[in-house]
Design a protein around this ligand. Sequence first.
Ligand SMILES: NC(=O)c1ccc[n+]([C@@H]2O[C@H](COP(=O)([O-])OP(=O)(O)OC[C@H]3O[C@@H](n4cnc5c(N)ncnc54)[C@H](OP(=O)(O)O)[C@@H]3O)[C@@H](O)[C@H]2O)c1
Length: 294
Amino acid sequence: MSLRILQFGKTGQLATELRRRAVEDGLALSALSHAEADFADPEGCAAQVGAHAPDLVVIAAAYTAVDQAESERELALRINAETPGAIAAAADKAGAAVVHVSTDYVFDGEKGAPYVETDPTNPLNVYGASKLAGEAAVLEACARATVLRTSWVVSAHGKNFVKTMLRVAAEGHPLKVVDDQFGRPTAAGDLAQFILDQTARLTVSAGDPAFGLFHFANAGEVSWKGFAEAIFEEALGEAAPRVEAIRTADRPSPARRPLRGTLDTTRLERVFGYSPRPWRTALAEIIDELKVTS
Ligand SMILES: NC(=O)c1ccc[n+]([C@@H]2O[C@H](COP(=O)([O-])OP(=O)(O)OC[C@H]3O[C@@H](n4cnc5c(N)ncnc54)[C@H](OP(=O)(O)O)[C@@H]3O)[C@@H](O)[C@H]2O)c1
């Protein structure tokens, strides 16, 4: 019998990819929507774990509005830290393992080289601080928890940089994109498929190296401007519009962002034997999917 997977989050980028790939792979996955499990209610979410008796819990819901979090600190902390901690504690009690997802925004970007899991954290914004608190809460509450930090998540659905760039270009607005923030774009589908492919490994006995903190991102580092140019090349070929470089300082926003939060994925490769493919290859697939669905 296949493992029972309980997923928190139904409509987000990662949640959508998990749901559709689980169907393709014939896995028993139940997904709870925002309405069915509101992360503003930690006890209510924890109770869902007991009610479903899963083998594996995947937390794919989060407060992801980075700028808005600056003025909603308490809510961001509840959704990104308190509730994941309560879910992880309930999972531990129910004998389930947990997969939780975090972010490169736990780092300040000042290292000058890609970050490994043991590097000191120093979030520059409330969102990053709330996600960092969530990592700690989950890892402390559940002996069989895997936390995957990821970065620059994109897909053919939901809100993300790929879709925003294509929309802004289609509306004919000038394209000015920051050229001094670097990271590793990550396809939500690649992260979802990794989690689903590893369900057996992610539910082994406590003490296995599969539990703990890992970095997951598609291979290769790029600036937001370089990423935008690649999006237009893939989508529009010769008709790709010109992208003007601006600096982060030229576009003030409520939340500060790391200039180079690039994640090193060596530990993931060592423990799981999984090497993320280049972001550009994953991007080409997303653009193809958008061409089919538009
Ligand atoms: N997006 C990125 O660039 C990025 C980068 C690094 C790490 N991450 C992390 O990766 C994970 C997946 O991100 P994503 O891009 O898939 O996020 P997303 O597309 O923004 O989706 C967020 C999901 O969380 C749900 N949600 C929000 N508030 C909720 C609440 N109070 N109760 C229950 N559900 C709630 C949303 O449901 P509704 O839409 O119904 O509210 C949605 O399904 C998150 O942990 C995120 O922090 C994302």
